[in-house]
Write a protein that binds this ligand. Structure first.
Ligand code: PMP
Length: 391
């Protein structure tokens, strides 16, 4: 039977995630050191797990308000006020979602009419381009490069703005490059958004993971930006809570209301016990976050030093837990590099091409892995590069 007759064209047209395909190969192998999937290696801090257990013990097993429990929305409002200096009304301006993934999808579905253009910077998180297409929007990438530390510049965005541009999707710190943005670069971008009347979707999921004493700045905190920004954040990365599936969106009331309509029909609410766990995370886990962040910073220093030593030029990522080395000295394309490294040395990294065309020539190495494994992985990469280095 030809199922393509039944499956919607826009779904047939989007490719499967390059990361997942690659990791299906990894699953079939033994002794692989994976620097692949972007997930903390920590188990969720105990007090957060305990909060979920208590929630179940107390019988908190039913649906919650569609927007999320009032207590969690309060906790999110306080957290964002403390960290980003922006105040949101927890009754009308915050929605709790099933991870940032759902919040992003809701925002796109709520905002896009067919043909609306969404500008985003590449290399980018794998889901941005297909998520826009699935909402009948047109993804419009802007390239960023290592020599600019993967910052996106207002002048580059300006060049692709058209009368159909509706939204700008920003992700700082950036998956996969580890790029961050200076507050001084955000200002011209904010000016441009006001001038061209663009809505900003700001994915700040890595905002806790910034290094070298840097501070994260949200574009929503700039003058006149709160009313045109959908701030997306969640617990997955900062609190090692990927499996709890808690994210949230903070935005003007009418946008949250529009997102809520889709959320209530498609999802109803995020898991009740996960929401209880998220309250504990946001209110009482500052020390745990700082300890994990400091550990990632130590691992980053090690990995970046080793990659440069090995002959794969790598800028030092200022955020996230990804290193993005340049692999062109080996003369291999990123997919070929990754497959051969996996087969011969059993180290899994993600080909840069999975993150869009400007990712070619790079691979993504996630350093949210124990130091022993990182050391072994770097030794294996060294062995591999030694065999492929071009004279
Ligand atoms: N945004 C970015 C940039 C990510 O890297 C990820 C996860 N890899 C997500 C969103 C989704 O995170 P979650 O749904 O777990 O909150």
């Amino acid at each position: 039977m030809d199922f393509s007759r039944y499956i919607a064209d826009r779904v047939l047209e989007i490719p499967r995630s390059g990361i997942r395909d690659f990791f299906e190969v990894v699953q079939t192998m033994t002794d692989v050191i994976s620097l692949g999937i972007g997930e903390p290696d920590y188990v969720t801090p105990w007090r957060i797990r305990e909060a979920a257990i208590f929630a179940m013990e107390k019988g908190k097993t039913g649906y919650t308000s569609n927007l999320g429990t009032p207590k969690l929305r309060q906790a999110i409002a306080k957290y964002i006020e403390r960290r980003c200096d922006i105040s949101y009304d927890p009754r009308t301006e915050i929605l709790v979602s099933v991870g940032v993934s759902e919040a992003l999808d809701l925002a796109l579905r709520a905002l896009l009419d067919p043909g609306d253009e969404v500008i985003y910077h590449e290399p980018s998180y794998v889901s941005y381009n297909p998520s826009v297409s699935l909402c009948y929007g047109k993804p419009v990438p802007v390239s960023t490069s290592a020599d600019q530390e993967f910052r996106v510049l207002a002048e580059d965005i300006e060049r692709v703005v058209t009368p159909r541009s509706k939204a700008l999707l920003l992700n700082f710190p950036t998956n996969p490059t580890g790029g961050t943005i200076h507050a001084t670069d955000l200002k011209p971008i904010a000016d441009l958004c006001r001038r061209h009347d663009l809505i900003v979707l700001s994915d700040e999921i890595y905002s806790e993971l910034v290094y070298d004493g840097a501070e994260h700045t949200s574009i929503a905190s700039l003058p006149g930006m709160k009313e045109r920004t959908v701030l997306l954040n969640g617990c997955s990365k900062s609190y090692a809570m990927t499996g709890f599936r808690v994210g949230y969106a903070c935005a003007p009331g009418p946008i949250i209301e529009a997102m809520m309509k889709i959320h209530q029909y498609a999802i109803m609410c995020a898991s009740n016990m996960s929401q209880e766990a998220a309250i504990e995370a946001l209110e009482n886990c500052r020390n745990e976050v700082v300890a994990m962040r400091n550990d990632y910073e130590r691992r980053r220093n090690f990995v970046v030093n080793r990659l440069n030593e090995i002959g794969l030029p790598c800028h030092s990522p200022r955020g996230t837990f990804y290193a993005f080395p340049n692999i062109t000295p080996t003369g291999l394309q990123s997919k070929d590099f990754s497959l051969r490294l996996l087969k011969s040395e059993k180290v899994a990294v993600v080909p840069g091409s999975a993150f869009g065309n400007p990712g070619e020539g790079y691979v993504r190495c996630c350093f949210a892995t124990g130091m022993d494994k990182l050391k072994e992985a770097m030794d294996r990469v060294e062995e591999f590069v030694g065999k492929h280095a071009q004279s």
